[in-house]
Ligand binder design. Structure first.
Ligand code: PHB
Length: 399
């Protein structure tokens, strides 16, 4: 586990209930230790589903949220999806494809799961695409936003309940062009997700008349001191900054942005991962006023979301995050698909994924588009001080 990951974990210790649930998941086969070799994940009435999430690395806290979201849906449905008992086999995605690809291969070839849900990192998702396509098992990507997975490299077996990186960035471009008078500095983690979230933003931002003051990509998972980059931002004379950072990197960046003195003078924008969940809790006051685009906030004021927030908070003693919702919805997708498919084989499941209809999600209703990506609304959010600390208040919908 990296130093930054330890930092975030230390700042947000597991609560009693969350720890119990994590323990239950571990007992149900964490690490792919099941011995059943029934083929296709169906032993009698029980269906095996692989959950591939980071349990280590800078994105480990995101993985924990995803396990919680998936588990909550199962708990609310008597441990069944499509009227079949579910056995979860959890595997560690780790920090990227070097660990994530073999872990997924083990879930499919050794544990014989029917389908895999999860995957946080875009590079892991890109590394898994051909394997799932060739093994004919569905992969429900519940975070990783790599554009090509639901674009140029779309597969009948790969579907996404989260977002495409470019779309989250693109949603914010016109709003920043409208609000900022002067150049905007772009910065992100140097890997697929950062590059695509910057490219998506840049396109709609420039189309709306925005001017770029500079662009920088920082080594992913290794950067702990952002001061040299913050100096460059100040030197550029930028009037605002747009970034993609998530997990432990988001905590460090936002805290240092404030310590460096930029927070008061140069407005900070980003994709919503920058201020989500445990990350925001660890940033505290340093995040006040940060504006982001995302398809979820625990602050969405609808009966459906309020019910979800209440159930999640009761189970895990913390507010849900976008990661929890994306995994909750992956369970909802599997519920519908298993109910609709003639059997539990990967091919049978993949065939019905395009016709399961809308998902009644805490984020609002969404459906799979022709590209296998979630078609959904994006919101402009602003970090404000709320009842129990900082929250991502909804400012308005983005078109
Ligand atoms: C990604 O690698 O696609 C990724 C990772 C973490 C996020 C969002 C996207 O919060």
């Amino acid at each position: 586990m990296g130093v930054l990951s330890v930092l975030v974990r230390a700042l947000r210790p597991a609560t009693g209930v969350a720890a119990i649930t994590a323990g239950a998941l571990a007992l149900s086969g964490c690490g792919g230790s099941s011995l059943s070799q029934s083929g296709g994940g169906d032993s009698g009435d029980e269906v095996k589903i692989g959950l591939l999430v980071p349990l280590s690395g800078v994105y480990a806290p995101l993985g924990e949220d995803m396990r919680n979201g998936f588990q909550l849906y199962l708990d609310q449905h008597g441990g069944e999806l499509g009227k079949r008992k579910i056995k979860i086999v959890t595997a560690d995605e780790g920090a990227g494809p070097q660990s994530g690809v073999p872990a997924a291969q083990k879930l499919v070839t050794q544990d014989q799961v029917t389908a895999v849900a999860g995957v946080v990192n875009s590079a892991t998702a890109l590394g898994l695409r051909d394997f799932f396509d060739e093994s004919k098992r569905p992969l429900l990507v519940a975070n990783a936003g790599a554009d090509d997975i639901t674009g140029a490299r779309k597969s009948a077996y790969v579907w996404r309940t989260s977002f495409a990186n470019g779309k989250v960035g693109a949603a914010l471009g016109p709003a920043v062009a409208d609000e900022v008078d002067g150049g905007v500095y772009l910065m992100a983690s140097d890997y697929a997700a950062g590059r695509e979230m910057v490219a998506g933003f840049r396109k709609t931002f420039e189309e709306a008349g925005g001017k770029v003051a500079g662009e920088e990509f920082t080594p992913f998972g290794k950067t702990q001191d952002y001061q040299p980059y913050l100096s460059k931002i100040r030197g550029s004379g930028a009037k605002a900054v747009y970034v993609f950072y998530a997990g432990a990197e988001a905590v460090s960046f936002v805290k240092q942005y404030k310590q460096f003195g930029l927070a008061g003078e140069t407005p900070l924008y980003g994709t919503g991962f920058l201020t989500e969940g445990g990350v925001l809790e660890a940033q505290g006051d340093a995040a006040e006023g940060v504006k982001t685009s995302l398809h979820y906030s625990s602050e969405i004021d609808t009966p459906r979301n309020k019910k979800f927030v209440e159930a999640y908070s009761k189970a895990f003693n913390e507010s849900p995050t976008v990661y929890a919702v994306q995994a909750y919805d992956a369970a909802a997708v599997l519920d519908k698909a298993l109910a609709k498919a003639g059997g539990t084989g990967g091919e049978e499941l993949a065939k019905v994924l395009g016709s399961i209809g809308p998902i009644d999600s805490p984020r609002g209703q969404w459906s799979f588009g022709a590209d296998h990506d979630a078609e959904q609304k994006y919101y402009l959010r602003e970090v404000r001080s709320g009842d129990g600390g900082m929250v991502n208040a909804i400012v308005r919908e983005l078109s």
